[in-house]
Design a protein around this ligand. Sequence first.
Ligand code: C5P
Length: 239
Amino acid sequence: MNKKPIIVVLDFPDAKSALDLAARLDPASCRVKVGKELHTAAGPKVIDELMQRGFDVFLDLKFHDIPNTVASACRIAASQGVWMMNVHASGGRRMMLAAREAVDFTSVRPLLIGVTVLTSLSNLDMSEIGFVGTAADNVMRLATLTKECGLDGVVCSAEEATGLKAALGAEFQLVTPGIRLDNDAKGDQQRVVTPIDAIRLGSDYLVIGRSITHAKDPIATLHSINQQLAAMKSITSTA
Ligand code: C5P
């Protein structure tokens, strides 16, 4: 398990709310994610402010467009110094190769991750869109393509992590949203897993939003998850 597996989701409608929470977080205990909501509201400046405070920033804009457009967007995001960024694997081979080439030329290369199947989609949703097979089948196919294109890993559900690690190797990074604590509401997510189970199943990074940000005490919740993961690590390393 890596030392800082938790990525706290800063899904807020303005920079102030995101930076207020960030001010209470310790960059030594988590990384942060800037997604479409915050980026649309606050622009790239909020990324600089988070980086200045010492945070590794995952820019979750899930680019999905023609190869040239995605490559240009990736080049700009990478030059900003983000730690991790992503593109939709269903943008296809040429789009992912163009994205990878774009980030390969930056001085400090971010991790480039492919989004497989959104954790909000059930098998029923998948067949309605026209995907053949289950969510898990499609995740495996898209993750295999992502690896062939030289990306560093995928976003998937922790439910799919064990099979992906076995098929694609330990180095291929698995970034898993859809994390919920035992008594949390699922909200719009479908394929949900607890933090401990996610790590057991093979996740490398846990993307956690509402379970932390909507908790009565977000900082205590983060601390408690980190403690549970540390305890689990010491059990497995002494086993
Ligand atoms: O609040 P919650 O923990 O459900 O937040 C999950 C976050 O992860 C959201 O910001 C969402 O955009 C993101 N995400 C996801 N599923 C993916 C990729 C990213 O839920 N496949």
